[in-house]
Design a protein around this ligand. Structure first.
Ligand SMILES: NC(=O)c1ccc[n+]([C@@H]2O[C@H](COP(=O)([O-])OP(=O)(O)OC[C@H]3O[C@@H](n4cnc5c(N)ncnc54)[C@H](O)[C@@H]3O)[C@@H](O)[C@H]2O)c1
Length: 328
């Protein structure tokens, strides 16, 4: 284990703006007037009421147009482990989950975002949430075991696991060495297998709520279905992520484990070499029917849906968040 730091909001730092998490671009509820107002308390244990409703956590009400409407933060009180949450898409997922009431465990090699800025846990704590950094090299099976035992010892349960961390070498078949192939598979697929195995074991011992003991969200890729040009190990590992998602869903749905995946298309994080290569960006734009490329927040919203109780009777899906890339 590289380190284990819990960062919590109680008491908030002087720089904190209680009631707000650092907003993601196009925050889902940014324009909603009844959403937590700036300055309102957003401490652990408090609940975010929506649309003026009140009621216990998880309660729903019937609206005038006949839809049920959530009245509390969708992950209120849940413990969520997000791998690779120091940077990019994982960071956006961690921030959004914390905004929605989760206690977030950031499992990453380093606490600092690759793209710069405040460490994810500090940003969450500043905004009144609860987060813990557990330094973890997912290529190391012993570190994965320590991650799970650390989280269970500290939080007592794991309600949501997001397998997000990944690596790549960016080489075609003839140029990829065995060591490179093994390294990519150790992080992108073996770690998903090992961590999911331990977490599912933990979840099966937890009580079920509405038939669900725990939810797993794997971050795959459009390159899990389509070839990843010039990157044989990455694309093949991502196809494995899509497959293990279905396998876990099928094998454990009967025991209350929900397992889904989100497949991003081209998401601009600012750290990928492709984000600074005009030719590759132009290629991604040409492949993406949407008039823009993706943002980490696009993937985070999809992950939140699959991690929360709004996703009912859904397991084994690989939800494409690719602006239509795969459809075209
Ligand atoms: N960005 C895109 O365009 C895109 C497209 C499709 C799929 N994805 C997938 O989304 C996920 C996140 O991608 P991203 O672009 O945000 O990546 P990123 O490189 O910005 O962030 C990855 C994070 O994972 C961490 N990490 C890497 N190796 C690790 C290890 N061995 N142990 C622990 N942590 C490790 C890094 O430190 C980093 O914080 C990945 O699964 C990736 O395959 C991304």
């Amino acid at each position: 284990m590289i380190g284990d730091t819990v960062v919590r909001s109680d008491p908030p730092s002087p720089a904190a703006r209680p009631g707000t998490l650092p907003r993601l671009p196009h925050w889902p509820h940014q324009d909603h007037p009844s959403r937590t107002a700036p300055g309102a308390s957003r401490r652990r244990g408090s609940r975010t009421r929506r649309r003026g409703s009140s009621g216990p956590s998880g309660q729903r009400r019937r609206t005038a147009i006949g839809h049920t409407d959530r009245v509390t933060a969708s992950l209120d009180g849940k413990v969520a482990v997000v791998t690779g949450a120091s940077s990019g898409i994982g960071r956006a997922i961690a921030l959004l989950f914390a905004q929605e009431g989760a206690q977030v465990v950031v499992a990453d090699l380093h606490p600092s975002p690759r793209e710069g800025g405040r460490p994810t846990c500090d940003a969450i704590a500043d905004a009144g949430g609860v987060a813990r950094f557990v330094g973890t090299d997912l290529a190391d099976p012993a570190a994965i075991e320590r991650l799970v035992s650390t989280v269970v010892d500290a939080h007592g349960s794991i309600d949501v696991l997001v397998n997000n961390a990944a690596t790549f070498v960016g080489k075609p078949l003839l140029e990829t060495s065995l060591e490179e192939w093994d390294r990519v598979f150790a992080v992108n697929l073996r770690a998903v297998f090992l961590l999911t195995k331990l977490v599912v074991g933990q979840m099966l011992g937890q009580p079920a709520h509405a038939g669900v003991r725990g939810r797993i969200v794997n971050i795959s890729s459009q390159h899990g279905m389509l070839a990843a040009p010039g990157d044989v190990s990455y694309g093949t590992s991502k196809s494995g992520v899509v497959y293990i998602t279905r396998q876990v869903a099928a094998d454990y749905a009967g025991r209350g484990i929900i397992c889904n995946a989100v497949a991003p298309g081209k998401i601009v994080t600012g750290t990928s070499p492709a984000d600074h290569d005009d030719e590759r960006l132009a290629w991604s734009r040409a492949r993406t029917p949407f008039p823009r490329l993706g943002e980490p927040a696009d993937v985070a919203r999809a992950a939140l849906f699959l991690a929360g109780d709004d996703a009912t009777f859904i397991s084994g899906v690989n939800l494409l968040v690719d602006g239509g890339w795969t459809a075209s």
